[in-house]
Design a protein around this ligand. Structure first.
Ligand code: PLP
Length: 794
């Protein structure tokens, strides 16, 4: 077959699939096999074929400087389709399955998403894994193999209800348990084992196969045999359960600090296991010498969640390897890079000193030591006592994880230009003055394999045809060469025909999953992302309701038929976010059931938004809604996925939106609202009431939160939303941005009517999306932070 990594023939692949069906499921005839059995058999047949390249890649990397991504989250999604694309075997396997009378789509759809992350931060980690493998750079991912990933979401009567995720129910054919590489983790009163599960990250049409290593927590002793014998079954299993709790569940919070004992244990579990693993390999390779540790390894800390790696590395070097403390600190200062993902105050992790003492007293001692060394340095530099307080790692009996990270890391980066500027100029200004050389920007990116080549195979084929090769999949800057077709009506028509295909596919899927019929000929206006007040789904909802009232008043209003689509999970404990879900569902019900209006507009809130749903939504969008309060969205990556698939951004001047409109030009996007500097100016005497009183349309829709228009099941949740806007100062400036939003959306409706001009806007977004490839991002990290180079597995 055409695949790069293997010389297997179609007949061999068929034989392998049948063999796995036989030994794993006892089935001698594929016609009797369930979809999940076929999925597992195909996956294992493919895995078998790449093991050799995987092992040679690992060996090759061991001799080079490596980087490690430490992340509490990996939002991987499904593996099969992506791996087939990377192996260059998608069409071949599709054919093979067809010969068995099986539709590849059904096999792909049976796979559960690996949803080991909440949103953008975890998805970024997944895109980085893919890019590093495809760029052939020695980056390894370390994380936790949660038994239950992000919860599943359903709506009941418009309310969000949550269900446990069980992504392992059919097994996990893409990972290999490496029992022989387990390590022991010591808490003060508990000892557990960390077992690695390795997942291959296949470079696109490359023999390089990188590794994502996720740790599962297990007890040192399976169960207490004597207790069991005495029929004390619960007690016998107590230790096992306590250990397994550590890797049981992903915390479903996004941007909120979740101060839980178990979460702190998870964090230490992750970093201790990973560092022990790295050090074990290092000692084997370098004759037990650890003095060159920072020469051979860089560790990137994905937000503050893995920052305990800093004191843990020092602990291992000092307590277990006998190194002097100052030497260990010096080495650590050459190892870590820290990525800041948010400036939201509630997301900055601070751990209670007593909690840390209770779980790992030695780690606290080391942090205290670092803190006092740092204070001495600041005193010598002549900082005042007051200024020093601001920098202290321990303050008010809290350990400030970001401070620890910035002090020890040699590089600190933000995730979009605007975000990094805000860090330097305001949020971390004092740190920037102290260590200007540490601060860098690394604008986020997305992998073009999953977010175009796999999820939009029709557009991929068109691009390949126009460019004459598939090189763009690994060098996305090539998309720029498509610009010469921007006035070619024939090409634009093909481009928009593909958009229509993707919209039809989505409409069909939504009909099946949500039971709602939508028209692929309507404008698809899509907002998909975690539910958060700063992301302002509520503003979008209020706007849609306003449009509904305008249509009721004036049924002849000249707008194109429009479908508003939402997708978002709300953190189960975040009541206001759940209230917004319910409110938008109520709006949807009102509009979709109104026979006068539903021929012109509809609203769909899809359930259980996740990576696999995202792959169907991004290619089908006409408008990408990115409307966060300026300054609050550090980067965003959903915005990039829309752009790559040819969708104009409707948004505020925030995060990477700034760079998106710089690349694809103002006239191809719709930017509205307050900018960071506007908010700075008005924030101190901002009065939402003023906007409410002076704009009837706004007043009308806000009043629906309290005048009985909608039913919140007597929870009072809608009144709480009302209060957030009018009694608590409208923290996220929804009222101030309402008018601009409305005017800008009217511009969208107008622009959408000119089909040719609209097509050109869409097309130019794709042409200019090259810079947002995570291949570019990963090469910047490699060159500017990690000091690692590509090394090709031949
Ligand atoms: C890309 C992605 C995100 C991040 O979206 P933003 O709009 O950048 O917040 C979240 N969830 C999923 C499933 C994604 O694919």
């Amino acid at each position: 077959m055409e695949g790069v990594n293997n010389k297997m023939t179609r007949e061999e692949l068929k034989k392998d699939i049948l063999r796995y069906l036989k030994v794993k499921y006892g089935k001698e005839n594929i016609d009797n096999a369930k979809d999940f059995e076929v999925f597992n058999a195909v996956s294992m047949a493919l895995l078998e074929n790449i093991v050799h390249d995987w092992n040679t890649t690992t060996k090759l990397y061991n001799k080079e400087k490596n980087a490690y991504y430490f992340s509490a989250e990996y939002l991987m999604g499904r593996a099969l389709g992506n791996n087939l694309i990377s192996l260059g075997l998608y069409d071949e396997v599709k054919e093979v399955l067809k010969e068995f009378n099986i539709d590849i789509n059904k096999i792909e759809e049976i796979e559960e998403d690996a949803g080991l992350g909440n949103g953008g931060l975890g998805r970024l980690a997944a895109c980085f894994m893919d890019s590093a493998a495809s760029m052939e750079v020695p980056l390894m991912g370390y994380g936790i193999r949660y038994s239950n990933g992000l919860f599943n979401q359903k709506f009941q009567n418009g309310f969000q209800v949550e269900d446990a995720d069980n992504w392992l129910k059919y097994g996990d054919p893409w990972s290999i348990r490496k029992t022989d590489e387990e390590v022991v983790i010591n808490f003060k009163d508990e000892k557990v084992k960390a077992i690695p599960y390795d997942t291959p990250i296949i470079g696109y049409k490359s023999k390089n196969i990188n590794t994502l290593r996720l740790w599962k927590c297990e007890p040192v002793v399976e169960f207490d045999f004597n207790l069991f014998n005495d029929q004390k079954y619960d007690e016998a299993l107590e230790e096992k359960n306590r250990a397994e709790d550590i890797s049981r569940v992903l915390y479903p919070n996004d941007s909120n600090e979740e101060g839980k004992l178990l979460r702190l244990k998870q964090q230490y579990f992750l970093v201790s296991a990973s560092l022990q693993d790295i050090i074990r390999t290092h000692k084997k390779m370098w004759n037990n010498d650890l003095l060159n540790f920072s020469v051979m390894h860089s560790v990137q800390l994905n937000d503050t969640h893995p920052v305990l790696a800093i004191p843990e590395l020092i602990r291992i070097l000092v307590d277990e390897e006998g190194m002097d403390f100052n030497k260990a600190l010096e080495i650590s200062k050459g190892v870590f890079g820290y990525t800041n993902h948010t400036i939201l105050a509630e997301a900055l992790e601070k751990w209670d000193v007593e909690l840390i003492r209770k779980l790992f007293p030695r780690i606290l001692e080391i942090i205290e030591n670092i803190d006092s060394i740092f204070v001495k340095e600041l005193e010598e530099k002549g900082y005042s006592e007051e200024a020093i307080e601001e920098f202290r790692i321990i303050n008010d009996d809290l350990v400030r994880m970001a401070n620890l990270a910035i002090y020890v890391s040699f590089a600190v980066n933000g995730v979009a230009k605007l975000h990094t500027d805000i860090l330097k100029n305001t949020e971390l200004h004092n740190w920037y003055e102290l260590y200007p050389e540490k601060f860098q920007n690394k604008t986020n990116g997305i992998t073009p394999r999953r977010w175009l080549r796999l999820c939009n195979q029709e557009l991929s084929a068109l691009i390949t045809e126009l460019l004459g090769s598939e090189d763009w999949v690994k060098d996305l800057s090539k998309l720029k060469e498509l610009e010469k077709y921007a006035n070619d009506e024939k090409i634009l028509k093909k481009f928009m025909d593909i958009k229509h295909i993707k919209k039809s596919e989505l409409a069909e899927y939504i009909k099946e999953k949500e039971g709602i019929e939508i028209d692929p000929d309507s404008l698809f206006d899509i907002q998909i992302k975690r539910l958060h007040e700063y992301k302002r789904q509520l503003l979008n909802g209020l706007y849609i309701l306003d449009l509904y009232y305008r249509l009721k008043e004036n049924p002849n209003m000249n707008i194109p038929k429009v479908t508003f689509i939402f997708g978002a999970k709300a953190f189960p404990g975040y009541e206001r976010a759940k209230a917004i879900v319910k409110f938008i569902n109520e709006i949807a019900k009102l509009i979709n059931n109104d026979e006068e209006v539903n021929k012109k507009m509809k609203v769909v809130f899809v359930q259980n938004y996740r990576v696999s749903y995202a792959e169907k939504l991004f290619p089908a969008a006409d408008i990408s809604k990115q409307i966060s309060t300026a300054g609050k969205e550090a980067s965003g990556t959903g915005n990039m996925k829309f752009m790559l698939n040819g969708t104009p951004t409707f948004g505020t001047y925030d995060g990477a939106n700034v760079e998106i409109v710089r690349e694809s030009k103002d006239e191809n996007n719709f930017i509205f609202g307050l900018r960071v500097e506007d908010i700075e100016k008005i924030k101190d005497d901002y009065d939402p009431e003023k906007y409410y009183e002076s704009e009837e349309a706004l007043k009308r829709v806000i009043n629906t939160l309290i005048d009985g228009t909608f039913d919140d099941g007597e929870t009072g949740m809608f009144e709480d939303l009302y209060n957030s806007l009018l009694k608590e100062g409208d923290q996220y400036f929804l009222l101030a941005d309402f008018h601009g939003f409305r005017e800008e959306e009217d511009k969208v409706f107008k622009a959408y009517q000119d089909k040719l001009l609209w097509a050109k806007k869409c097309f130019l977004n794709t042409c200019n999306a090259g810079i947002f490839s995570s291949d570019r991002t990963i090469m910047e990290y490699s060159n500017d932070i990690w000091g690692i180079k590509p090394c090709k597995n031949k």
